[in-house]
Design a protein around this ligand. Structure first.
Ligand code: SAM
Length: 206
């Protein structure tokens, strides 16, 4: 297959950084080309330009948008990734949220969860605590307001301005005194957000 040419790369790069808000100084043409290759072939295109014309068409925007997010973002995940957070849930947060074994109807959200290992880890911790845990697969915007939101290892892909916007949106979906968990390499220091620091990467909505 012919290479992704400079013009098509520039169109896509502008879209990915502008529309998705991804900060991608290291988004190289070769990397994008190799990540796109399979999708282009699977859709039956024989060159990148035809696929990119389709992507920017009205139909392409409707049908390909989520695929493009998956192609350009990193989907690495694992069960009990950021294990300290699950330990904190088990030993501190859940005893606090469910005092004296009281069972309430609480909502937990694993946002940006890739193939789902994170919500299943959460469900396992809740099951350990004998809390019923129906899992729901929702696409944002969600109608719910949550007691606990995990948003781990997603923020790193965005620039500071976009990070603030995203976390503000997430905060509008967290109950007052509800919790937000970020990944260990992520920082929201210096951003203007209604969050109180509990311990590194664990925050309470104020
Ligand atoms: C590295 S994975 C993290 C998965 C999981 N939270 C964990 O820590 O194991 C990043 C996830 O964020 C999602 N993501 C990145 N940007 C997104 C966006 N703009 N909208 C929706 N999901 C996005 C990706 O699709 C991927 O599932």
């Amino acid at each position: 297959m012919a290479k992704l040419n400079n013009k098509d790369f520039a169109r896509l790069f502008e879209f990915i950084t502008g529309e998705f808000g991804f900060k991608m100084p290291d988004l190289k043409r070769i990397m994008l080309q190799s990540r796109l290759q399979k999708r282009v072939k699977d859709l039956g295109y024989t060159n990148f330009s035809d696929y990119i014309d389709y992507f920017f068409s009205k139909k392409g925007m409707e049908e390909e948008f989520m695929h493009m997010i998956d192609i350009v973002s990193t989907n690495k995940t694992d069960f009990f990734r950021e294990n300290e957070h699950f330990e904190y849930m088990m030993h501190t947060l859940l005893p606090d949220l469910y005092p004296n074994g009281k069972k309430g109807n609480l909502k937990f959200w694993s946002a940006g969860c890739s193939s789902g290992e994170e919500p299943y880890s959460l469900a396992m911790v809740l099951a350990e605590y004998r809390i019923g845990n129906p899992l729901i697969d929702e696409v944002y915007p969600t109608p719910f307001v949550f007691d606990v939101v995990f948003y781990q290892n997603v923020l790193i892909y965005f620039d500071r301005g976009m990070q603030e916007k995203i976390i503000l949106k997430l905060c509008s979906r967290i109950k007052n005194e509800g919790y937000l968990f970020l990944g260990h390499s992520e920082s929201i220091a210096g951003l203007n957000l209604p969050l109180k620091h509990i311990q590194p990467t664990i925050f309470m909505k104020t």
